[in-house]
Design a protein around this ligand. Structure first.
Ligand code: V47
Length: 373
């Protein structure tokens, strides 16, 4: 839905390269890589925010979306040792676990009928059978018929295909038949093979990650895409990442939301070896995402990784979604996140209202459940 932005923005820095980018934004001209570099290297934070907010309001008006959701991490056992991860365990570790399908149902049942979405993701555990995942989908669907099941990153789907010797299309089709609705955007990390082999050894290549999303889109499954930043990447790597996602979206229109993820280094091999992004850097990344990914309907400010305060400001820098209540977040908290592990519905609503926007409660496919005027 394209709407007219409520207000235009004025350009304070006439004649600069950022003013040139601003003119393109006003005219609706697609940004190129050089424009993206200009945005990332500029300190005119007010103009960057105004541009991104203008674009956001063209796409979502004054609505900001949130969902009442629960994250389920069904296992922390993982055969791959990503250097960014503090969550994965070897199978003999004393705190290694795998949830049974009954345990998953019982965790969800504790939330009654209130949940709009369940977000399921886990480690690459070689000891689980494919039937475990199928029955997980089937049981959740039968017990919670109207919930959106957002499950399994492209990394997990690719792993299932290899482990169980099936085509990706077949893996996805079985899971869809059993109840899967959408896929989360995890595992994208940075779509740069050099970075993948340095930090994410053993994970799929960037083209494999993209191709799994291509196949999901061809089966009618909408997906998200993430980007993990704040480790060893350059600005050019970030722009390449966005560029590849924009091209795939031109081809399939299957992405719903882009989710920039801020790296947390505690308890990982990169602890004390990287510079944590500053607040301004986080806001520039959100704004760049909104402006560059002109074909993505939504940009998510993930409060768990940004902090609640920066999330509210991010709503003025192009984000139109703050994810959900979550229940109990584990992956980022294992890596030192200081945010709460979950938030209440009322907190979500007040964060959005206090930022001057209108909260829209949604399910995982962006069907609006309630607007809080
Ligand atoms: O894929 C791992 C990242 C992702 C760390 O699709 C880390 O709506 C920061 O994908 N510091 C999982 N990040 C989370 C994710 C996600 C979250 C919220 C919404 C959606 C969505 C997706 O977390 C992993 C990895 O890229 N991650 N370790 C860390 N130390």
């Amino acid at each position: 839905m394209t709407q007219k932005a409520e207000k235009d923005f004025s350009v304070s820095a006439e004649g600069t390269s950022l003013a040139f980018v601003a003119e393109k934004v006003k005219k609706g001209v697609r940004l190129d890589r050089e424009d993206a570099h200009t945005l990332l290297s500029s300190n005119d934070i007010h103009l960057i925010g105004a541009m991104a907010d203008y674009k956001k309001q063209q796409l979502s008006g004054r609505l900001v979306y949130f969902t009442v959701n629960k994250q389920i991490n069904y296992t922390n056992i993982c055969g791959v040792h990503c250097k960014v991860c503090a969550y994965a365990k070897g199978k003999h570790a004393k705190d290694a676990y795998t949830m049974s399908v009954e345990q998953i149902i019982s965790e969800l049942s504790a939330y009654g009928r209130e949940l709009d979405e369940v977000h399921i993701v886990g480690g690459l555990n070689p000891d689980l059978k494919f039937e475990y995942y199928v029955s997980m989908m089937r049981e959740i669907r039968s017990r919670f018929p109207s919930i959106t099941i957002k499950a399994f990153t492209a990394t997990e789907i690719g792993y299932f295909a290899k482990l169980y010797d099936r085509e990706i299309k077949e893996v996805l089709s079985r899971l869809i038949d059993a109840g899967l609705n959408t896929m989360p955007g995890g595992g994208a990390e940075l779509l740069i093979d050099g970075i993948r082999s340095e930090l994410f050894k053993g994970k799929e290549s960037k083209d494999e990650w993209l191709n799994t999303h291509r196949i999901a889109h061809s089966l009618g499954v909408k997906t998200n895409a993430t980007m993990l930043y704040g480790h060893i990447e350059t600005d050019d790597d970030i722009i390449s990442h966005l560029d590849q996602l924009r091209s795939l979206q031109d081809e399939t229109s299957g992405f719903l939301t882009f989710v920039p993820l801020t790296f947390h280094a505690a308890n990982t091999p990169l602890h004390n070896k990287v510079n944590t992004p500053t607040g301004i850097r986080k806001l520039k990344i959100i704004a760049l995402s909104r402006l560059y990914l002109d074909n993505f309907p939504h940009i998510k400010a993930y409060w768990v990784m940004l902090s609640e305060g920066i999330t509210q400001i991010a709503l003025h820098f192009g984000a139109d979604d703050i994810d959900g209540t979550i229940g109990q977040e584990k992956v980022t908290h294992a890596a030192g996140a200081l945010t709460p592990v979950g938030l209440t519905n009322n907190k979500m609503i007040s964060m959005i209202k206090d930022s001057g926007y209108i909260p829209a409660q949604r399910n995982g496919e962006y069907k609006v459940i309630r607007i809080y005027q």
